[in-house]
Design a protein around this ligand. Structure first.
Ligand code: MG
Length: 370
């Protein structure tokens, strides 16, 4: 089987206003998606999604589309879609970084393999390690304390038992926001904070000490991108476990985190890591060092969310039971473009037991949105 064509479709989809995310990196109100279809000479096609946000990775739907058509598609036509390592090597030799763009093609190749074999992608990753219904936390914007408290209570009413609060804006407001949420939701709800690189080490340590009575379950990415030493210092100085997210795109980043003993948990997902295989590589490496992984997100649509789900189901070290991740992206959006949207309810997302990624894009609907 050989890749015969790669087609792309852009769609900018609004986030439901009541769900809009605001963190240290600003607002997320629109998601500029690029849906990718990889066709083969055997008549089997696969789909992928580039969930582009320039503030995250420097990519946009337009750059992803241009890189695919000008560089990656000409290079990959004729390649065996089952040989993901060789596809990764070819893409990495031709284009530096651009993780989400490469991930879109890579996940489509997994989809092709699964469809051709009649098996879900999690089976190809080694078989299911956990339920296909994956628990998720609710990720909440950096609202003022009163709004944050009211929304947190509402989310708990929807069934969430872990609430992630965005911090990393103004330290005094951050502390007030977290304290207001703890007081509103009571002692039994797990609270996580995510600074998205918005603090430095001293600020992070100071804020976490002020919040000791709020009993945080996890402190996510408190320090700047690339600063392994500072993250390690925060980890040594505070009680709650520390998660690295925004600074771990590839295997080298993961290795540096492990060498510095900088974190207890690494957040991974196929888009950020450049594909399912590369995410899995980080997850296995972390397991060898006794470091947990969980699933992160850039507010994906159904296709990339399915790819995330297969990774969680197929790899034992994706410890979502201890550290619930973010796997609710499609639910945040005003439109869905698959014929059977993933079931997202009761604070969890269920991945279907179907071949490949298990989702079918409604191409007519997608064309109407493009
Ligand atoms: Mg994060």
């Amino acid at each position: 089987m050989k890749i015969s064509q790669i087609a792309t479709h852009r769609a900018s989809i609004g986030v439901r206003p009541e769900m809009a995310i605001k963190g240290s990196r600003g607002h997320h109100r629109i998601s500029p998606f690029l849906i990718v279809r990889v066709d083969t000479d055997a008549g089997v096609s696969g789909v992928g999604e580039a969930t582009t946000m320039p503030v995250w990775s420097g990519e946009t739907a337009a750059t992803a589309e241009a890189i695919i058509h000008e560089i990656l598609a000409p290079l990959l036509i004729g390649h065996d879609p089952a040989d993901i390592e060789s596809i990764d090597r070819a893409m990495d030799r031709a284009v530096n970084h651009n993780w989400f763009t490469k991930a879109a093609i890579e996940m489509a190749c997994w989809d092709i393999q699964g469809r051709a074999a009649g098996r879900p992608v999690y089976e190809l990753l080694g078989g299911p390690c956990r339920s296909r219904t994956i628990p998720s936390r609710f990720s909440m914007a950096a609202y003022d304390p009163e709004t944050a408290a009211a929304k947190a209570v509402e989310r708990v009413g929807w069934g969430f038992t872990t609430i992630k609060i965005k911090v990393g804006t103004d330290p005094r407001e951050d502390v007030a926001r977290v304290r207001a949420v703890r007081e509103a939701v009571g002692p039994d709800i797990a609270l996580v904070i995510d600074a998205n690189c918005g603090w430095d080490a001293d600020t992070a340590i100071d804020c976490c000490r002020q919040l000791e009575d709020c009993r945080l379950s996890l402190v996510e990415q408190p320090t700047p991108d690339g600063d392994y030493t500072s993250l390690a210092r925060v980890r040594r100085s505070i009680e709650p476990p520390v998660m690295a997210d925004d600074m771990c795109f590839n295997r080298i980043h993961a290795l540096e985190l492990l060498r510095h003993e900088a974190c207890d948990v690494i957040s991974v997902y196929p888009g950020k890591n450049g594909g399912i295989r590369k995410s899995a590589e980080i997850v296995r490496l972390a397991a060898e060092h006794g470091v947990a992984c969980s699933i992160g997100s850039n507010l994906e649509w159904d296709v990339a969310t399915a790819a995330m789900g297969h990774l969680v189901i197929g790899l034992e070290n994706m410890q979502v039971e201890r550290f619930p991740g973010d796997i609710l992206g499609p639910w945040y959006h005003q439109q869905r473009i698959v014929t059977q949207p993933l079931v997202i309810e009761q604070a969890s997302c269920t991945i279907p037991e179907l071949p490949g990624l298990g989702v079918e894009v409604d191409w007519d609907k997608l064309a109407s949105l493009s």
